[in-house]
Design a binder for this molecule. Structure first.
Ligand SMILES: NC(=O)c1ccc[n+]([C@@H]2O[C@H](COP(=O)([O-])OP(=O)(O)OC[C@H]3O[C@@H](n4cnc5c(N)ncnc54)[C@H](O)[C@@H]3O)[C@@H](O)[C@H]2O)c1
Length: 278
């Protein structure tokens, strides 16, 4: 079903599921009557979180540059729209919030999550295009979603924003300069936004996941010099052994989105099996 307005910057609603049958049984209903805006919702952490927020009762706007991926996830979720949006385009982000508001009436939860890792290169050989593309999404894109998302939330009475940072913001990691820089910026932006809007009913937190097997990390592993060695090393990367699942991130985002976290704002919460405190 297409109900969005056409135009160069206005994303169209690509699909709305009318069936509840594919929904897994709900864990609880903390997010009933809330509307969630999930960037990067077509795959990985965004997909798992979109599904979890819906399980807890939220209506969901799945916002992704990949139209097919967004539609595929939306097909399983009731009260869901898929929006094809490149979040590095501020006009498209603004239009996506306008569409979400007109479709659902409010924006109560934002999972500001779309991001890329970029190529792995030593700092002195770091390719400038690599630097700019990572920061365009992980930095400026993150800011655009906050800017237009906070405007939408102020219209609809407040809410909870969760930005995706990384353990790369909290610890030193090699050969990912742009990623480390951008994710540390996410943590700073989270703190300042939290303080600016705490009095207006908007909480802003970030999550800092360790490596989780998603399409992003699969590509990152394959681009390393020795993918098999990389994979084996990461099995024991965190004090809790093994790999966390995207669902383990989704449950934390659902908590931060809910009123159970009503006194938590401005923090970057590691989801890391103890990695940053070792
Ligand atoms: N997977 C991990 O181990 C891990 C760890 C720490 C932080 N993160 C962060 O989590 C976030 C999600 O990572 P993931 O592993 O799920 O990635 P992923 O590549 O599996 O999924 C990202 C999604 O974002 C979409 N996307 C990419 N560019 C976009 C754009 N310009 N506009 C809109 N959508 C866009 C992609 O189409 C994809 O559907 C990223 O910010 C990443 O840096 C991931």
């Amino acid at each position: 079903m297409t109900v969005g307005s056409a135009g160069s910057v206005t994303p169209s609603i690509l699909m709305r599921s009318t069936s509840d049958q594919s929904m897994p049984s709900a864990k609880c209903f903390r997010l009933e009557h809330r509307v969630a805006f999930v960037t990067g919702g077509g795959a990985g952490l965004g997909e798992a979180t979109a599904r979890r927020l819906a399980e807890e009762g939220a209506s969901v706007a799945i916002v992704d540059i990949d139209r097919t991926a967004a539609e595929k996830v939306a097909a399983d979720i009731p009260r869901c729209v898929a929006l094809e949006v490149d979040v590095t385009d501020p006009a498209a982000v603004e239009a996506a919030f306008a569409t979400t508001l007109s479709e659902f009436g409010s924006v109560d939860i934002i999972f500001n999550n779309a991001g890329i890792a970029g190529e792995q290169q030593p700092l002195h050989e770091y390719d400038l295009d690599n630097w700019h593309s990572v920061n365009a999404l992980n930095g400026a894109g993150m800011f655009y979603v906050l800017k237009f998302g906070i405007s939408a939330m102020l219209e609809s009475g407040g809410g909870s924003i969760i930005n995706t940072s990384s353990t790369a913001a909290l610890t030193a990691q090699q050969n990912i300069s742009a990623y480390s820089f951008s994710k540390a910026g996410v943590t700073g932006l989270t703190r300042s936004a939290a303080i600016e809007y705490a009095g207006q009913g908007i909480r802003v937190n970030a999550i800092a996941p360790t490596a989780i097997l998603t399409p992003l990390v699969e590509a990152f592993i394959e681009s390393s010099d020795d993918p098999e060695a990389f994979r084996a090393e990461r099995e024991n990367w965190n004090p809790i052994p093994g790999w966390p699942l995207p669902e383990n991130v989704a449950s934390v985002v659902a908590f931060l989105a809910s009123d159970d976290a009503k006194w938590i704002t401005g923090h970057t919460l590691p989801i890391d099996g103890g990695y940053v405190v070792r």
